[in-house]
Design a protein around this ligand. Structure first.
Ligand code: SF4
Ligand code: SF4
Length: 554
């Protein structure tokens, strides 16, 4: 490339682990046959489960949306092949809890008929908002294992400009080689998808970081970049050390910047995506294909033909193992993920989902079996290896005591569950299990608190509404009464002017009525007095009548 070598940095702790990748990394990716039944969980991502859009008995096509996103942190789910929905029910899902969750069961028809394409486009003609929308509609989530909806990471906000799109090709977990094979065989897809992600982020540069134990992938990526003649793309080779593939650790190695505690990569101007995610984004725009398949590593001495296979989402793990030659006599434990961050799967009827990167069938003593835990001896070995610079023994202590406030004071949520602490612990303490337990409990408490807050707000609003309706009813009644009084000619107390006029009228009326009544002090009169009055009245009447006659004559 003619560029100066990239200056690298180091993160705290970490481990050099036996890689055990050659079991699976030697042979090319194989596409597995479509299974007879697909078991497609509604929740395959971080966030709210998708909402079912189909009914039992309904025919579906490959790529058809069968469950829509619910809320912001959610993505839709699509049918991985054509067939008929035969059930919508709880089914085992890959989760450390081993619980069941709602799934759509499809009986495939073998035709694999695709739905009409509504996604493909020339990405350079679309603005970032439309790019994010299509990536969401295609159900794309982080394929590195976390399953965070990718469109959200493409929207860091205007106050956080992104300098670097970092493609995380570290793949540091032992045994897993699916990203290695993808980068070797489909480097053009990875670079094509990275170009779309970079355009959506308006990022200045794209760095693809790959561990130095993957020379073929490094070369293939460099060739793909050369073919596109892009100057703002670079492949950076980083030392092999577990867990360099942790987002924060990789950012530190490549840029020297430390993502703050509780912070996001965008806070230091970086967004990280997995090469599998980039290739899936490429397929959306080049082929109009939503996320319905992925490449997974099938490995361990418990499976006959380890390798990397392309699998439809929803394929039962038993079908995948069978297509890889079946179990060997040594097969003892089935894990989803690698030996450090994976978890045991109790039943191989469990389906492959969007975040399944590896099925590890451990044989015999291939992986250490859990041992009886002993008391912490405060040796500090866990502190030395923790890449997040935490105090694992303190976290364990407070998680064990269920002191969820204290465990958060020790930055529990900065723990990336890499397992380095448990790996070196001489007391065999299942440290990561305690951290997962504490996180789940805290999330549950948060959810309960949110539910309680919503319930309280609803109750307060109801009281407010009832009070408002009561006031409105009273106002309406008053208006009615006022209208009735007006109709009867009465005044209302609300019109003091009218009331004053009415009172004045009443007073005038009364005065008028009393005007014709002369005071008569005629009680208890003597006969003579009475006769005198009668005579006086007689004279007045005569005088009045003669005056009236004169007036008429005149
Ligand atoms: S490594 Fe184990 S025993 Fe040693 S301090 Fe950490 S938790 Fe305790
Ligand atoms: S699991 Fe968590 S606490 Fe243990 S080493 Fe990894 S980041 Fe540190």
């Amino acid at each position: 490339m003619g560029k100066a070598p990239h200056h690298l940095h180091r993160f705290h702790g970490g481990l050099h682990l036996p890689a055990n990748k050659t079991l699976s990394s030697g042979s090319p990716i194989r596409a597995l046959p479509i299974p007879a039944r697909l078991v497609i969980p509604l929740s395959q991502h971080i966030g709210t489960a998708a909402d079912v859009m189909v009914k039992v008995g309904e025919p579906v096509l490959r790529g058809q949306m069968i469950a829509r996103a619910q809320g912001y942190v959610s993505v839709p789910i699509h049918a991985s092949s054509s067939g008929t929905v035969v059930d919508i029910t709880d089914h085992l899902i890959p989760h450390p809890s081993g619980l069941s969750a709602p799934c759509i069961i499809i009986e495939t028809d073998g035709k694999d008929t695709a739905v009409d394409d509504t996604l493909s486009a020339d990405h350079t003609q679309l603005d970032p908002s439309e790019l994010r929308n299509r990536i969401r509609q295609a159900g794309i989530v982080g394929l590195g294992g976390a399953g965070f909806p990718s469109f959200i990471k493409l929207n860091p906000g205007t106050n956080r400009p992104i300098a670097t799109l970092l493609i995380n090709g570290a793949e540091c977990e032992p045994y897993i080689s699916c990203d290695d094979r993808l980068m070797r065989e489909r480097a053009a897809d990875v670079i094509g998808g990275a170009a779309i992600l970079k355009h959506a982020l308006n990022a200045t540069e794209c760095v693809i970081a790959v561990e130095d134990n993957k020379p073929e992938a490094i070369q293939a990526l460099r060739d793909a970049i050369a073919q596109r003649s892009v100057s703002d793309f670079a492949v950076v080779v980083i030392p092999t050390l577990y867990p360099t593939g942790g987002e924060k650790q990789l950012i530190q190695v490549v840029t020297g910047r430390e993502v703050p505690s509780q912070g996001l990569p965008a806070d230091v101007g970086v967004i990280c995506h997995n090469p599998g995610t980039a290739a899936a984004v490429h397929r959306v725009f080049a082929l109009g294909e939503p996320l319905i398949s992925r490449i997974i590593t099938v490995t361990g001495t418990g499976v006959r033909e380890p390798g990397n296979v392309e699998v439809r989402v929803g394929t039962p793990m038993a079908d995948v193992i069978a297509a890889c030659g079946g179990y060997t006599d040594r097969a003892q434990r089935l894990l989803m993920g690698g030996p450090m961050m994976g978890f045991a799967v109790g039943n191989d009827a469990t389906p492959v989902i969007k975040t399944t990167n590896c099925l590890l069938v451990a044989g015999g003593n291939e992986l250490p079996l859990p041992q009886a835990p002993l008391p912490c001896i405060r040796c500090g070995a866990c502190v030395d290896v923790c890449p997040a610079k935490l105090l694992p023994q303190q976290l364990y202590w407070y998680a064990h005591a269920k002191d969820f406030d204290k465990v958060q004071d020790y930055s529990l949520f900065d723990c990336i569950e890499c397992g380095c602490c448990a790996y070196v612990c001489p007391s065999h303490l299942p440290l990561v299990q305690y951290y997962r337990f504490a996180k789940t409990e805290i999330w549950n408490q948060e959810r309960e608190r949110e539910k309680a807050d919503i319930a309280r707000q609803r109750h307060e609003y109801r009281l407010f509404r009832l009070e408002r309706e009561k006031d409105e009813r009273a106002a309406r009644l008053q208006q009615k009464q006022a209208a009735l009084k007006t109709a009867k000619g009465e005044t209302t107390a609300e019109d003091p002017k009218k009331a004053a006029i009415q009172a004045a009228l009443e007073r005038a009326k009364a005065k008028k009525a009393s005007a014709g009544v002369m005071p008569k002090n005629t009680d208890n009169l003597t006969e003579a007095q009475q006769q005198a009055i009668t005579n006086a009245d007689e004279r007045r009447r005569n005088r009045d009548s003669s005056t009236a006659t004169r007036s008429e004559d005149a």
